[in-house]
Design a protein around this ligand. Structure first.
Ligand code: FDA
Length: 390
């Protein structure tokens, strides 16, 4: 037996698990086919890595089992990660909505994780294919190495251009574990020809409340040449299923605003009232859509309320999403029913663990996905150290 654990994937979750287990005395090997560790960390947050969110809690995650993430998130919290960042003297700031970013570069987070791995004597083999996984007599064999524990930390297939693959699901199925159908999440929507009016708005951004069913987010939306993007849209995309319509409220107090505009400038047209509060191209397009070609002073309360209704409930029928090529994460993944929420170990395959994005736990936009990588990584790392000690 060469190692106490082999970890597949040198991303946030894998490195965190490796450092935790290594520092507790376990002999750990990390294998990754990429030439660099933590590639998604390096490109995250526009190169500054939104490494956690101060408001992280189980409600910020999607999963078939919304309770699954609770244990790991509560045992290694955003404050624990912030402590680690502080010990490495990495300067950070809160951008908005509790989202914490490096002041300098995401490279500092990768360097910190590799340093923590080095402290634990972890061996990291990059540019290494996983190949066939052998399993007999309680031992796993991968790429010429042997260990009694194997951790699947290979993430999901979002952004295949960067080397992301769905190998976690192949491994899970090979060991008889169920996989919740993966789908692109935190991803822009595409719109069809019938909604072409909004193609002319490509590049326009504005704050909205976006809704699918009874889920809503209040952030910015961006019209693109293909459809809709921006933080609000990425957030709601994780809850969207093909066929669902989405509703955008671009001016929550539209009715009050119109009445106020009518008393301030009765000779003006609705477009002038819209231009006061919306980007001018959006105001133009919406004035055209509402089509009230008369002075505000001539409009009844009922007419103004009807116009307001258009702004507060702009309905779109996405034809789809921009897919894994543009998705920040993959929702779905290894079924949490197959895993212990305390240790991340597969219930029916002792020694097999799954962590991070490979698992059916998906965070909102805003640092939550990395927090899940850290928390689930620490849970598995501690369990590996404990199984070695026993
Ligand atoms: P991750 O994907 O990071 O690591 C998996 C590792 O496995 C990779 O190193 C990969 O090379 C390796 N691997 C995959 N297939 C393999 C194979 N077949 N053989 C060998 N190795 C293999 N989240 C957040 O909280 N804040 C943010 O700012 C951002 N920003 C962001 C930007 C962009 C552009 C993307 C695409 C994603 C984000 N995210 C994010 C999401 C975040 O990056 C993601 O959830 C975590 O990186 C997941 O960590 P994991 O370690 O689980 O997988």
């Amino acid at each position: 037996m060469d190692f106490d654990a082999i970890i597949l994937g040198a991303g946030g979750a894998g490195l965190m698990a490796a450092a935790t287990a290594g520092q507790a005395g376990a002999r750990v090997l990390v294998i990754d086919h990429a030439e660099k560790a933590g590639k998604k960390i390096l490109i995250s947050g526009g190169g500054r890595c939104n490494f956690t969110n101060m408001g992280t809690g189980p409600a910020n995650f999607l999963s078939e089992n919304p309770h699954f993430a609770k244990s790991a998130l509560s045992r290694y919290t955003q404050w624990d990660f912030l402590d680690l960042v502080g010990r490495h003297r990495i300067a950070w700031h809160e951008k908005t909505l509790g989202q914490l970013f490096c002041d300098g570069s995401a490279r500092q987070i990768v360097a910190m994780l590799l340093d923590e791995c080095a402290k634990g004597g972890v061996e990291v083999r990059l540019g290494t294919s996983i190949g066939e996984i052998g399993h007999s007599d309680g031992l796993f064999r991968v790429a010429g190495a042997t260990a009694p524990a194997l951790v699947v930390a290979t993430g999901g297939p979002s952004i295949p251009k960067m080397g992301a693959t769905g190998v976690a699901y192949d491994i899970a199925r090979r060991f008889g574990l169920n996989v919740v159908t993966p789908r692109p999440a935190l991803v822009p929507f595409t719109l069809g020809e019938s909604e072409i009016l909004f193609r002319q708005l490509s590049g326009v951004a504005c704050p909205v409340v976006v809704r699918v069913g009874n889920v809503s987010f209040e952030e910015a939306a961006l019209f693109t040449h293909k459809g809709l993007s921006g933080p609000a849209i990425l957030q709601i995309s994780s809850y969207w299923r093909p066929g669902d319509e989405i509703s955008l409220n671009v001016l929550p107090r539209a009715a009050e605003h119109f009445r106020d505009a009518r008393s301030r400038m009765p000779r003006a047209h609705l477009k002038a009232a819209l231009t006061e509060v919306l980007p001018s191209r959006l105001a133009d397009a919406l004035a055209e859509k509402i089509g009230l070609a008369t002075e505000l002073g001539n409009l009844s309360n009922a007419a103004l309320d009807q116009a307001a209704e258009v702004l507060t409930n702009l309905v779109f029928h996405p034809t789809g999403t921009e897919g894994y090529a543009k998705a920040e994460v993959t929702a779905g993944g290894i079924d949490t029913d197959e895993l212990s929420s305390k240790t991340m170990e597969a219930k029916k395959v002792p020694g097999l663990y799954a962590i991070g994005e490979a698992v059916d736990v998906t965070g909102w936009l805003g640092g939550y996905n990395f927090q899940w990588a850290w928390s689930s990584g620490v849970a598995a790392g501690q369990a590996i150290a404990a199984r070695r000690a026993s």
